[in-house]
Design a protein. Sequence first.
Length: 366
Amino acid sequence: MRTPEMHPSPYPLSSPPSAAMDPHTIPANLRALRAVLSLTQAQVASRAGVTLAQYRTLERGASEPSVDRLMRVADALGVPVAELFRPRLRLAHARFRVSGRVPRREDIVAAVSRQLDAYADLERILARAKRSSRKRLVLGRIRAALARRRDRGSAAVAMARTARRAFGIADGPVRDLCGLLEAHGVRVLTPEFAVPGFVGLSVREPPRGDAVVVNTWDRYSVEQWIFTAARELGHLILHADAYDVHDARPRLDEETEADQFASEFLMPDAMLHAEGRAKFGEAFHSAPEPDRVPPTAFDADRPDAPASQDPADLAQFAFANDRLTRRTRLAYERGLISIDRLAEIAGVPLVDVRPIARAWAVSRPS
């Protein structure tokens, strides 16, 4: 019987450690890995059995670390010690959905880059790469339709309608936004970063393809997760040539267009009015309304009606996350990756992932 191919490293595009390593590599990797786990420095230090001062020294790169201390910290972060020496993976083509200045921006980019590489590697070993490539043609056709438009001023709403038709939901609600995006070649990552002001980003990074990243930190509502994902889809379609991770300039006109796209994509005016008439009668049309609801009104300044009577209530929409975890579980259960690799991709210490793997084995259909 053939032994399953094992993939011990989640970062196949990285190079091995070298003697000429950049002195900033270990500190940068520590910050990025800690960001993935949403841990404080004190929490990592406690897990590793070192003092907070000793751990801070490692993150600053202020002294030459001992092998023993690095091994302890790597174990606390759930990765082999060799991963602390690997050059950082970077994204060149990404744009942030931010509110003000975002701390740890570079660490978030590095963490997302790692997850995207893990995602691509899982697709490869699960033989889904070709199918994923074919799906990406859908987004390409939508962008081509945008390029043919002579009037770009009203493109956001029109392209949202085009996207709904291309995705096969022209007349229906969006019940599973993540599933819908992935079914059409857009990878979805749902990490949890305890970073105020950072709600998500999108990526155009060949050969990784298009991706939407939503910060599912519990300080943000599910409605914000959904709207952020739809906004980033809007950016991927409307502003495909404006992806430079180093460009932090505010682009208010593009943000407004993405808001308009997301509003129409999630709840077209026609559907909103139909639901309003069904629940409130013709009086729903009696009051004047603005051309488009601003993003600040998505969770604020809403009517006092109970949620069950609110036609724009997004609680009915499912935000199905953890698709990367599902692929990881599938690869693990097929014997294509080791439990160490499972822990690395999930960003969970090995000691914590073993009971998860045992629970999967118990729940697996016989």
